[in-house]
Design a protein around this ligand. Structure first.
Ligand SMILES: NC(=O)c1ccc[n+]([C@@H]2O[C@H](COP(=O)([O-])OP(=O)(O)OC[C@H]3O[C@@H](n4cnc5c(N)ncnc54)[C@H](O)[C@@H]3O)[C@@H](O)[C@H]2O)c1
Ligand SMILES: [Zn+2]
Ligand SMILES: [Zn+2]
Length: 362
């Protein structure tokens, strides 16, 4: 008989999991186990874990591939408690991060190019089979263990709680800004959806020296976007007059919206050769009228987190430019309320679970 999550590995572990397959996604305390620390492994005590909207999509099975029980969490900051005998880059006591990936083949062309995020054999931090056949469990748990290649060094001056969301929201916005050439001073960058990813995208683009326009459905975020986050202008996406006034003005747009929406107005905002980069992952397909791409030779693309080398580079960049997320730190037993509020975009702008101080391990 197959071993249970609680007994398949030698080390006892505790977390909060969604166990029901009824798509309510309710999280509750869950006993499981983690593997012993092998040669190249780093074991950490989880201190903070951000709540990404992907966690919400997954606990509710909105993408259709949730494999319950699931412990979400891939914005994990912790302290190293044990290292394997061949670990080279970390020692006990170091502050470290683990993001969306805990494994990849390490030998394909993508991996050799530091793009583990595009490896077909990548192992994500939760909900997938690991190389040993057991399932991965994420950071809403008291400990993590991962090969050191998938662990990043935490910069000294980067706060642990408000820095945690950089491990997904940070790299997911930094990487396309860099890859699509939207990281040059004076570049006109639009950010759609001012949530966890979107607000970090604004900060990253500003740090690159871009001129940043936030495109949002809601007037309520205007003042904050301009005054607090440092955006240069603000457009209400439902206001045809405002959109008309900004037609053909942007070099690129990072679209972080989590629900199905029209990209037609966004394509209209792009200059010729402009790029619309999707990072948000709505559960249903978007409609793309092809003529809106043909006219102006526009490009519609996508981006998925980033490789490990770039994740470290992004963290160091964030530390240098004092970029953190705006966070609401919560105890773990508030997580279901936090999920309900995230559905309504009722958070400025990222929930972070104080795992270290609030997760009981019995
Ligand atoms: N590509 C990647 O690698 C990657 C990484 C992380 C997250 N994601 C995805 O990105 C999306 C955003 O994640 P997040 O954590 O920032 O979520 P979030 O909930 O914090 O932010 C989403 C934003 O979209 C806005 N929004 C929702 N519905 C909208 C609509 N119909 N029209 C316009 N705006 C709308 C919300 O108001 C909110 O500001 C999610 O789908 C998530 O799964 C992708
Ligand atoms: Zn994420
Ligand atoms: Zn690979």
């Amino acid at each position: 008989m197959a071993k249970s999550a609680e007994t398949e590995h030698p080390v006892k572990a505790y977390g909060w999991a969604a166990t029901a397959s009824d798509t309510t996604g309710l999280l509750s305390p869950f006993k499981f186990s983690r593997r012993a620390t092998s040669d190249k492994d780093v074991r950490l005590k989880v201190l903070y874990c951000g709540i990404c909207h992907s966690d919400l999509h997954m606990i509710k099975n909105e993408w259709g591939f949730t494999n319950y029980p699931i412990i979400p969490g891939h914005e994990i900051v912790g302290e190293v408690t044990e290292i394997g005998s061949k670990v080279e880059n970390f020692k006990v006591g170091d502050k470290v991060g683990v993001g969306v990936l805990v494994g990849s083949c390490r030998s394909c062309a993508r991996c050799c190019d530091n793009l583990e995020n595009h490896c077909t054999k990548q192992v994500q931090t939760y909900n997938v089979p690991n190389f040993d056949g057991t399932k991965t469990y994420g950071g809403y748990s008291e400990s993590m263990v991962a090969d050191e290649h998938f662990v990043v060094r935490w910069p000294d001056n980067l706060p642990l709680d408000s820095g945690a969301p950089l491990l997904c929201a940070g790299i997911t916005t930094y990487s396309p800004l860099r890859h699509f050439g939207l990281d040059k001073p004076g570049t006109k960058v639009g950010v759609v959806g001012l949530g966890g990813l979107g607000h970090v995208a604004v900060k990253m683009a500003k740090a690159f020296g871009a001129h940043v326009t936030v495109i949002s459905t809601s007037e309520t975020k205007k003042q904050e976007a301009l005054e607090k986050l440092g955006a240069d202008s603000f457009l209400i996406s439902r206001d045809p007059e405002q959109l008309q006034g900004a037609v053909s003005s942007l070099d690129g747009i990072i679209d972080t919206v989590s629900a199905t929406h029209s990209v037609v107005p966004l394509l209209g905002l792009l200059k010729p050769d402009g790029k619309l980069v999707m990072v948000g992952a709505p559960e249903t397909p978007l409609e793309v009228p092809v003529f809106n791409l043909l006219r102006g030779r526009k490009i519609l693309g996508g981006s998925n987190i980033g490789g490990l080398k770039e994740t470290q580079e992004m963290l160091d960049f964030a530390a240098k430019h004092n970029i953190t997320a705006d966070v609401e730190v919560i105890p773990v037993d508030y997580v279901n309320t936090a999920m309900d509020r995230l559905v309504k975009s009722d958070v400025r702008y990222r929930f972070v679970i104080d795992v270290g101080n609030t997760l009981r391990t019995e």
